[in-house]
Design a binder for this molecule. Structure first.
Ligand code: NAD
Length: 249
């Protein structure tokens, strides 16, 4: 594992699922982990488990975002890692999609990520150091999933934002990269039932669904000092799902 001792990390949407997997991996690597989430109960539980801290945080509330980032910097003296992970993925076909469906997904996934990254960059620039890792998705610019057109659009938007942000802040010792998970076993998949989970698994060459920690270990690498020469990039973590099929030889 890369050593994150002395680093202070904020994970948005870290109460459960992939965010929790990221938080666990960061803690395992030695970082102080702060969970920012709208789920107070699970957020506090996760923070306690990891000997970390919890802040109630709705990523689309600009004042709250600024307050949380400022408070972390004051309490811990810095904020060196941000994992912008909070996101939603309600399923609805284009035919049935309302403007509200569209706006809600763009707001949380795109504007929310923008607000948290913007507030964090202000502090990282002063520190002349920072690591930002966005949780995007293979739905963004590689695959499509019926029922998730608005979600795919939001995940592609995150990547476009990430690339320019990386360029604007490279000279301040700040890197910004994205992870594109494939099918990861979180509540959404579990609630959809076994048949659905098996379908999701059947398209993965390594023949298992991803675990939240799989995304966490990738985040640890991108958040490490050793990854300082990587910025504006994306890493697909999907068990081989996006590889084109080849015939058996
Ligand atoms: P999840 O629903 O299990 O967890 C999401 C977390 O985000 C929850 O704790 C929730 O309370 C929090 N959250 C939601 N809205 C928020 C807001 N406005 N402000 C702060 N926190 C908020 O979902 P997950 O599967 O762990 O997904 C996490 C991220 O990973 C999302 O960005 C998602 O798009 C992405 N992703 C997931 C998968 C997958 O297979 N699960 C695949 C690709 C990408």
């Amino acid at each position: 594992m890369f050593d994150l001792a002395g680093e202070v990390a904020l994970v948005t949407g870290g109460a459960k699922g992939i965010g929790k997997g990221i938080a666990k991996a960061l803690k395992q690597a030695g970082a102080k982990v702060i969970i920012g989430d709208i789920d107070k109960e699970k957020g506090e539980m996760t923070a306690n488990e990891l000997d970390g801290d919890f802040y109630y945080l709705d990523v689309i509330n600009k004042e709250q975002v600024q307050y949380v980032v400022q408070s972390i910097c004051e309490k811990y003296g810095k904020l060196s890692i941000l994992c912008s992970n909070a996101g939603i993925f309600p399923q609805v076909t284009i035919e049935n999609m309302t403007e509200e469906d569209w706006d809600k997904v763009q707001n949380i996934n795109v504007k929310g990520a923008f607000l948290v990254i913007q507030a964090t960059l202000k502090h990282m620039k002063k520190q002349n150091y920072g690591r930002i890792v966005l949780t995007s998705s293979i739905t963004g610019d590689i695959t499509g999933y019926p029922g998730w057109a608005h979600y795919g659009a939001s995940k592609a938007a995150q990547l476009g934002f990430m690339r320019t942000a990386a360029l604007e802040y490279a000279k301040y010792g700040i890197t910004i990269n994205a992870i594109q998970p494939g099918n990861i076993l979180t509540d959404g998949l579990i609630e959809a039932g076994e048949e659905y989970m098996n379908k999701m698994k059947s398209v993965i060459p390594v023949n298992v669904l991803g675990k939240p920690e799989d995304i966490g270990y990738t985040a640890v690498f991108l958040a490490s000092r050793e990854a300082g020469f990587i910025t504006g990039q994306r890493i697909v973590v999907d068990g081989g799902q996006i590889l084109p099929e080849t015939p058996d030889f």
